[in-house]
Design a protein around this ligand. Structure first.
Ligand code: SAM
Length: 221
């Protein structure tokens, strides 16, 4: 399929997400239109990139469904200049969307080196090479060199909120994280840090399905 056709289909999906009230803000819509998902999926899935479902990426992982990414980005309430850490780089797509919303360097951490490479290649081709920094490591420990963060967006399901992520958050900042069972059933939590001594307020945004967050403060391999 030609790029024009892929983009037309992508635009249609974005308009549908807006009609359904999933994309709520002009800025999230703009980011979606600037960063089409087909640039971040393996070649053989490009023609399915506009389908609102997760798709396979290397190493048995997934690129999330567009509606899920939109829900999390709307809840994140990102603003220009915010310092954001993403845990679970996958394809790099969500990190590029985050860049379009904050317009400053984004840090994203991935535990599988092969996927970090896949994401770096996608990001380079899409024009985000010096804007999105992919780190290989265990994101359940956060990324202390660039802390504190205004937002931490976790795109894999955890057994509980990893303590290091709360520590690396600014007071008033928030974490979005799926928390629940290992096998594809979690609740999407919005965790707002309310004091320097790591007290939090938690809002539950309902059922979601993510691959597991594996690491020292996540699930064991
Ligand atoms: N945000 C991604 C995107 O835009 O394509 C999709 C992420 S995918 C649903 C979840 C990712 O989290 C996988 O790539 C997985 O390897 C990664 N992951 C799991 N545990 C992790 C950890 N402790 N640290 C960093 N990444 C982790």
């Amino acid at each position: 399929m030609e790029e024009d056709e892929l983009y037309r289909k992508w635009m249609r999906l974005v308009e549908n997400l807006e009609r359904e009230g999933i994309i709520k803000s002009e800025k999230v819509k703009r980011a979606f239109l600037r960063v089409p998902r087909y640039k971040f999926v393996p070649e053989r899935y490009r023609t399915y990139a506009h389908v609102d479902e997760p798709l396979p990426i290397p190493a048995g992982q997934t690129i999330s469904a567009p509606h899920m990414v939109a829900i999390m980005l709307e809840l994140a309430e990102l603003e220009e200049g915010m310092n954001v850490l993403e845990v679970g780089t996958g394809s790099g797509w969500n990190a590029a969307l985050i860049y379009e919303l904050v317009k400053r360097d984004v840090y994203t951490i991935e535990r599988i080196p092969e996927l970090a490479e896949f994401a770096r290649r996608n990001l380079e081709r899409a024009g985000y090479k010096d804007k999105v920094h992919v780190i290989v490591g265990d994101g359940t420990k956060g990324f202390p060199p660039k802390a504190p963060y205004d937002r931490i967006i976790v795109t894999a399901g955890a057994p509980k909120v990893p303590e290091p992520l709360i520590e690396q958050l600014k007071v008033g900042g928030k974490i979005l994280i799926p928390v629940g069972s290992y096998h594809l059933w979690q609740e999407l939590l919005e965790v707002i840090k309310i004091s320097e001594d790591n007290r939090v307020k938690i809002k539950n945004h309902g059922g979601v399905a993510f691959v597991p967050l594996i690491g020292e403060y996540g699930w064991r391999e």
